[in-house]
Design a protein around this ligand. Structure first.
Ligand SMILES: Nc1ncnc2c1ncn2[C@@H]1O[C@H](COP(=O)(O)OP(=O)(O)O)[C@@H](O)[C@H]1O
Ligand SMILES: [Mg+2]
Length: 482
């Protein structure tokens, strides 16, 4: 016994005290790659060092003790070219530049709900510090094709014209195309307040500061804000901020999708995103290709848009607004965005000036997946409505000029009869909610086509057999009959 206790004594004397070393490790500075500012050229900062890669985030230490975040956008033998995420005011030759070792990372987590953050992921509201659950990279690849889940559930936007005639699926991506002041931002805010998505992630890219305040305080309101995350880069911020803000809000939507949520992503606007990349591309020496846009713009657009949609966990339904200059739908950005997405909603200045809001030009708009997410009777009613609308539109000049004689054509006669009721159906006050039950029952009433309640569910098309199933069952019954 004595021996043992002696041994024990020896053992405890030899016990290694990690603690003091641990303290040293914690306090030790790991290797930092640093450099020094050598020039500030307009919005671009040049430094000698640090050792960094393209896209890496660095911080520029200012004399007043603060630090400015900047991204590496160019490299040559001697210099690192940096785009700061803020004003270049206060930067001087000799300021230290410290590389972070990673690209832009976005703080994500449920705490983001109800918050407004900037392009670097920092909160810019007055609600205090943001404690994230984890970080997601701002620039990421889209889900692999195998991870894409089929779109077969309808999302409710709360906008009658969309939910009936342009039904959208959970995970579908659409563009909203319009000139300025026709109602793009207002339409987005209506959707944000009324959608049945779990969460809204809204990117306000290149708007004026006042528009942002209006959007938050007036359009979104407290209720809308509660289940929304806003990412804001106003028009007076550097182009790198406007560019990255679009990617930051996409990353936040990706985080919530990975949590199994149905996310509504709204980006206002893609045009400003394209302009930001144009400025960066041209400054980096890229040649202008189409209408002054360098090739990188057309490379970035699909890369960004493809990140939304479905994956194995959840869905990102997305609306991207595009400013159509002079109502030219063939302008290169419009064309590129339209070609990449699963549908487009066109807003018309003519309707807006006639105070027909939302100013959706239904016949010009298309939702490519609407058939997959609406029931058979609903589709029949939609077809009927579109036929009447197009018959009216084709003859509108004659009708309004009083040249059209009633009785000339039965299809035009009925189109004229129905015209007023259709207009009433498509118009909707900004603060008039419209649940899907109401939309479909009004559609049914208007067309006289019965829409059974089974079609009010989220996946009304699921019960409908596919063409292959119909052929199979026909073969089967033919075989059993013979
Ligand atoms: N649904 C609506 N109901 C009533 N007025 C609207 C509606 N949508 C737009 N407006 C009017 O049009 C103006 C511009 O709308 P806005 O959404 O800011 O356009 P955009 O984002 O396309 O520039 C609004 O200030 C408002 O007066
Ligand atoms: Mg707007």
């Amino acid at each position: 016994m004595e021996e043992l206790s002696e041994n024990e004594g020896i053992h405890s004397k030899r016990e290694f005290n990690f603690l003091k070393y641990l303290e040293n490790v914690v306090e030790a500075e790991t290797i930092l790659y640093t450099g020094k500012v050598v020039a500030v050229k307009g919005l671009e900062v040049e430094s000698e060092g640090p050792r960094a890669v393209i896209g890496e985030m660095c911080s520029i230490k200012l004399r007043d003790g603060s630090a400015l975040l900047a991204e590496v956008i160019g490299l040559d033998e001697k210099h690192v070219k940096l785009a700061p995420f803020g004003e270049t005011k206060g930067i001087e030759v000799g300021c230290e530049v410290v590389a972070s070792g990673h690209s832009l990372m976005v703080p994500v987590g449920k705490n983001l709900l109800g918050r407004i953050i900037d392009a670097s992921g920092r909160p810019c509201d007055e609600k205090g510090e943001l404690i994230p659950d984890t970080y997601y990279p701002a620039v990421a690849s889209p889900p692999a094709p195998n991870d894409r889940v089929d779109i077969n559930r309808r999302i409710v936007t709360g906008v009658r014209a969309i939910d009936s005639l342009l039904t959208v699926g959970k995970g579908q991506r659409l563009g909203i195309f319009a000139g300025s002041g026709v109602g793009k931002s207002t339409l987005l805010s209506i959707i944000a307040r009324n959608t049945n998505a779990d969460i809204n992630v809204i990117g306000l890219i290149g708007e004026r500061g006042r528009e942002v305040l209006d959007f938050v305080n007036r359009d979104l309101g407290e209720e809308g804000m509660k289940r929304s995350v806003l990412v804001v880069a106003t028009s007076d911020e550097p182009s790198i901020c406007r560019l990255r803000a679009a990617q930051v809000c996409t990353a936040i939507a990706e985080y919530f999708r990975d949590q199994g949520k149905d996310v509504m992503l709204m980006m206002d606007s893609m045009t400003r995103f394209a302009h930001a990349q144009r400025e960066i591309g041209l400054a980096a020496g890229e040649p202008p290709a189409q209408k002054g846009y360098p090739p990188s713009v057309f490379d970035m657009i699909p890369k960004l848009l493809e990140r939304s949609g479905t994956n194995k966990n959840g869905t990102i339904t997305a609306f991207y607004t595009v400013l159509v200059d002079g109502d030219d739908m063939n302008e290169p950005i419009t064309d590129k965005v339209r070609g990449t997405l699963d549908g487009h909603i066109v807003l018309s200045r003519r309707l807006a000036s006639a105070y027909h809001y939302p100013a959706i030009d239904v016949l010009q708009s298309i939702s490519r997946l609407s058939k997959r997410v609406s029931g058979a009777q609903t589709r029949k009613a939609v077809g009927q409505l579109r036929t009447w609308m197009s018959a009216y539109q084709d003859n509108e000049t004659m009708i309004t000029a009083g040249i059209y004689q009633k009785g000339n054509s039965p299809s035009v006669d009925i189109a004229i009869d129905k015209h007023q009721a259709i207009e009433e159906f498509l118009k909707q006050e900004e603060y008039e909610p419209c649940p899907i039950q109401e939309t479909l029952s009004k559609l049914s009433e208007l067309t006289g086509i019965e829409i059974p309640e089974e079609e009010y569910v989220e996946n009304p098309a699921a019960a409908i057999p596919t063409t292959a199933q119909i052929v199979d069952s026909a073969k089967h019954s033919a075989a059993s009959n013979s």
